[in-house]
Design a protein around this ligand. Structure first.
Ligand code: F6P
Length: 541
């Protein structure tokens, strides 16, 4: 594929940016009273209002032309057909098969993957019904009261995010905890006060080799057996596994009858709707989980069928490319004005940054344009009283996606109207700001005027839905998954590998013996690490 910056579509965008790059949203709205209505698209219950992005209709045309030229549609179709688009790992990328309906069929290299997916979903459903109803009992015959998911990265962030997002729909009969960090405080605090006889661990790991997860799982096993009198047969009643690695699961001591499988074509950060979502299904039940999958599927269908100009993930992805490459914005805020989505920004960080934090294209050449932005965020309105000052008056422009819902799941008094007033006000303030004349007209003393001026022209989008449901959550996650895909397709990078996380793992394995067994520093280890290790040993002795 041609280098991105050598394409005529790129050149057209550069020219266009030179023409409109300094246009102010104040003027764009003043000149075009229909802008707010026109630059918005609705599908599967989600509205994307992108009228406060620094674009015009022509920008959208040029960006969709770029998408066509970069083969976004054919790359998308290749993904949905199970082609091995994860080239560096030689794998299909088929998280979309996880939410295809039971009657669908997708043959990949001679196997109907949809049938396999539904066999696992059925097994998960039977297990979840048993635990939720109390018919699954622990080693001492007591029902399970607490479920602890042990996993990290995609085997943790999706489950935690989904549990928090859907806790309104979760059973009160079970409580849920999540352990990810190798820091022992995590497992100690997660098990504090619990009765091992009523505690079920889900060890979630695609590879079943991840150091953090395996270390936590061993400690959980020791805690569980200590609380259950040391009888090894108790493990079968208190540990289940979610993994692609049956051999390692068996070696850990978990009966593979209690293992829920998935496949190498599900990337970790794309796995929350696979068996990795077992804790989610335990919380909201098989029907709630089916609704979540239906939401994903609805967005998949929209992504594959809607014209690019009215395609939510395509538009979201193209706006991200515009902001990153034309406006030069290195970061992207995502601010959910919905308390239940408090872990959504953390989830998106892995989804977006592990996918598109890449420095070479598919053929290994250096990229010629910046790739994935740094994604971050906090639920509203909390951020308003901390970092929004920088969003409004700092020297760095941070595009923001605001996520809002017309209705609260917990309506109390005026709260929700005030919440919505705030999100709309923030988008207004970022777009239109406050001129010196407006500030002065308030009677502000001259010397204070510059301090109160807000330049505005800060790009934002608002994603609006009626209310947060499992279905809606599915649409929202699939929206961002496919937006990431679109960006990766434009940049021609592999959005599905993660080689950059490997070096740290290798180095930690080399350092660990120096702490665990007092092994000598290997020749050539840097003086900073050597000195810090000496200090640590000194502090411990
Ligand atoms: O190291 C990064 C990573 O491989 C992620 O991509 C993944 O989600 C996480 O580690 C956990 O991996 P696993 O599920 O195999 O334990």
């Amino acid at each position: 594929m041609d280098a991105l910056t050598t394409t005529p579509e790129w050149a057209a965008l550069i020219d266009h940016h030179a023409q409109i790059g300094t246009a102010h949203l104040r003027d764009l709205f003043a000149e075009d009273p229909e802008r707010g209505r026109r630059l918005a698209t609705e599908a599967v219950g989600l509205t994307l209002d992108y009228s406060k992005q620094r674009i015009t209709d022509e920008t959208v045309s040029l960006l969709t032309a770029l998408a066509r030229a970069r083969g976004v549609e054919s790359k998308r179709d290749a993904m949905f057909a199970g082609k091995r688009i994860n080239v560096t790992e030689d794998r299909s990328v088929l998280h979309v098969a996880l939410r295809m309906p039971k009657q669908a069929q997708l043959m990949v290299e001679g196997t109907d993957v949809v049938a396999e997916v539904h066999a696992v979903l059925d097994k998960m459903g039977t297990f979840c019904d048993a635990v939720r109803s109390g018919s699954w009992v622990g080693h001492t015959g007591r029902r399970i009261r607490t479920v602890i998911n042990i996993g990290i990265g995609g085997s943790d962030l999706g489950p935690v995010m989904a549990f928090e997002a859907l806790r309104h729909y979760a059973t009160d009969d079970l409580s849920f905890r999540f352990v990810s960090n190798v820091d022992s405080t995590d497992i100690v605090e997660a098990t504090r006060g619990l009765d091992a006889a009523e505690t079920l661990f889900i060890v979630s790991s695609k590879t079943f080799t991840t150091q953090e997860t395996m270390t936590n799982a061993q400690s959980a096993r020791a805690w569980s057996l200590a609380g259950l009198g040391g009888d090894e047969s108790a493990v079968a009643k208190h540990f289940v596994a979610v993994s692609t690695n049956a051999e390692a699961v068996a070696a850990f001591g978990i009966d593979t009858a209690n293992m829920f499988g998935f496949w190498d074509w599900v990337g970790g950060r794309y796995s929350m709707d696979s068996a990795i979502g077992l804790s989610t299904m335990l919380a909201v039940g098989p029907n709630g989980f089916a609704e979540l999958l239906a939401g994903f599927c609805a967005m998949d269908e929209h992504f594959t069928s809607a014209p690019l100009e009215a395609n939510l993930p395509v538009l979201l992805g193209l706006l991200a490319v515009w902001n990153r490459n034309m406006l030069g914005c290195a970061t992207q805020g995502v601010m959910p004005y919905e308390q239940y989505l408090k872990r959504f920004p953390a989830y998106l960080q892995q989804l977006t940054m592990e996918s598109n934090g890449k420095h070479v294209t598919l053929d290994g050449s250096p990229v010629d344009a910046d790739t994935g932005a740094i994604v971050w965020g906090e639920p509203g309105t909390n951020g308003q009283h901390s970092f929004y000052q920088l969003l409004h008056q700092g020297t760095t422009v941070v595009p923001v996606d605001f996520i809002a819902f017309a209705r609260s799941l917990n309506p109390v008094g005026d709260h929700h109207d005030l919440l919505l007033a705030n999100v709309l006000a923030q988008a207004q303030a970022m777009a239109f700001g406050r001129t010196a004349a407006e500030v002065a007209a308030d009677g502000t003393p001259d010397e204070l005027v510059p301090h109160k001026v807000m330049f505005g022209n800060r790009p934002t989008s608002i994603l609006l839905a009626e209310v947060l449901t499992p279905f809606c959550l599915g649409t929202l996650i699939a929206l961002y998954e496919h937006s990431v895909f679109v960006q990766g397709a434009i940049w021609d990078i592999d959005s599905f590998d993660q080689w950059g996380v490997e070096l740290g793992k290798v180095l930690a394995r080399a350092i660990a013996p120096q702490l665990l067994d007092g092994a000598p520093a290997p020749a050539g280890q840097d003086s900073s690490t050597n000195s810090l290790l000496e200090r640590i040993k000194g502090m411990r002795s």
